[in-house]
Design a protein around this ligand. Structure first.
Ligand code: ZN
Length: 138
């Protein structure tokens, strides 16, 4: 999963295009082992320029969320939704959103999510296992 797919050279345009087109979710792994979903030229932890591009699974857990009832224009048809920070299984945190979240009974800190690319803007995630009506995850 985390084997380098591109030696070192990567551009911010390629990075953005990959996930905006829903092709793949690129990340960078430093020689020190740090993994980030954020594009850069040096490791944000140790500062070395020994980054290799990797494909991230897009699976992770919500570590922060903010439920939005007042959208920006591009999310006019999506409210309510949750703006989330997801900590990915491989490491790295990425900002995204989850559709159809009116309150924290639907999605909360610790919920498992996966990248669910669509034609919609941003980095869209979906819950792994939507709980049955009124239920809560074990
Ligand atoms: Zn490092």
């Amino acid at each position: 999963m985390l084997e380098p797919t591109v030696p070192t050279v990567h551009s911010i345009a390629e990075f953005r295009t990959a996930y905006e087109d829903g092709q793949r979710l690129p990340g960078l792994r430093s020689g020190c082992g740090f993994v980030t979903a954020t594009w850069g030229l040096v490791c944000p932890r140790c500062g070395k320029a020994d980054l290799s591009e990797v494909d991230l699974s897009g699976r992770g857990r919500v570590v922060a969320l903010s439920i939005q009832h007042v959208p920006s224009d591009e999310f006019l048809n999506e409210v309510p939704y949750a703006y989330v920070i997801v900590e990915l299984e491989e490491g790295g945190r990425i900002a995204g959103w989850v559709a159809g979240v009116a309150d924290e009974s639907v999605l909360s800190i610790g919920s498992r999510v996966h990248w669910a690319p669509s034609y919609k803007p941003g980095v869209q995630f979906a819950r792994d296992d939507p709980s049955p009506e009124g239920g809560s995850a074990p």
